[in-house]
Design a protein around this ligand. Sequence first.
Ligand SMILES: *Cc1c(COP(=O)(O)O)cnc(C)c1O
Length: 465
Amino acid sequence: MNTETRDVFERAAAHSIAFREAIPDRKVPQSADIGEMVRRFRKPLSDKGSPAINVIDDLAAKAADGLNGMCAPSFYGYVLGGSHPVGVAADMMVSAWGQNAASALETPAIAALERTVCDWVIDLLGLPENSGAGLVTGASVANMVGIMAARNGLLSRQDWDVEARGLFGAPEVPVLIGEDAHSAVHAALRYAGFGSERVTYVATDAEGRMDLAAFMVALDACQAPPLVVLQAGQINSGAFDTFEQLVPAVHAQGGWVHVDGAFGLWLAAVPELADRLAGVQQADSWAVDLHKWLNAPFDAGMIVCKDRAPLVRSMSARGSYLPDLQEQWEPSDSTPELSRRARGVPSYAILRHLGKSGVREMVIRHCNFARQVSDRLKRIDGITVLNTVASNQVALAFGEGKEGDVQTQNVLREVQRRGFTYPSHGTWLGRQIVRVSIINYATTQDDVDLLCEEISGAWKKIMNV
Ligand SMILES: *Cc1c(COP(=O)(O)O)cnc(C)c1O
């Protein structure tokens, strides 16, 4: 290796360390906007190249104020993991190794590591032991893959080989989803050819869970085995569908249950919390993120499918025929990609580092913090918690009615402007909300104290008291 190459690797590592070291001292949000970033970066590509080290230095310098502290323990926006350092370190090696993770033939180390991640996650979540599994970019793709596997499985029950014959002229497959399903599920159904308008939306309760009576009516109306998408962890309320009641009813009709468990499925790893999603293991497929609660660096998610055959039939790039399932596990048989980075390796490192107890401790800590934030803030006049905290999400509304919506947005703006903590926005039960997601591996009691002070302080400021 020449000196220039060694220097550029070391420089990238140094910039990475400096960025993470500065996290406690910086504000969470970025300070430069997209206009400024475009001005800096979006220049004509010069004819002449630049020395590698200059490119890396320039990148670090110019991007710095356009980066959000998403990996900070005070980031509570959306539902995002914090890129755990041991995962980031492993990810650096993934890039350096330059392995194409498509096949076990030439990259046995990667195939074995990723297979192990699948086994460990399946075991931690209590999913069926011999499930098929694939590592994808996140829950959006995992939902899409699960729905495509379901499409294969359900149409084959109606003697239709969708991989060979396509969807034109295929028998109908009824699709039931809750009115509060994540937008990624809607998108996944579109990608899989189910369309958004021929889906039946089932009414939900105040926590976003499917209403049992409405569900039974919709299920009874199905003329063929249906695809039902349930949720483990509603994005605003963190709530869980009542799997114990719903899943057996779907199976009695020969249907397929896919679970969007992007973040919430991780509660299944914790014996003390698992009863909140009792029966989830009876489903047929599950989408779960690794870059959310496991805090893997972006991007990493997983599809798990109880019956491996429909997963492989719908995904394998070898063709629509069924590959010999007895042979070596091929990573690309269960995912849409052929060539891809070894995105499972960082999760291997994080799981090894935390162990089962570390994962459980983290999930419990976050759920306890969420409960605490809710208990503390709802005692304050004018602050309403709109959800019963079932996991790590807290939906906060301020004031009342239309005026309250404006006040809620002002509270969020003020908290984000101060920049010490960073919750995000949303709408829930017809109201604007400030949404708090507690999911970063490093979040401590001090961070949660600060969060409560920042939010209550902003509310007092808005109210002029
Ligand atoms: C985040 C999320 C998704 C989408 O996952 P990505 O990892 O962003 O692709 C889907 N469903 C739920 C419930 C989520 O929280």
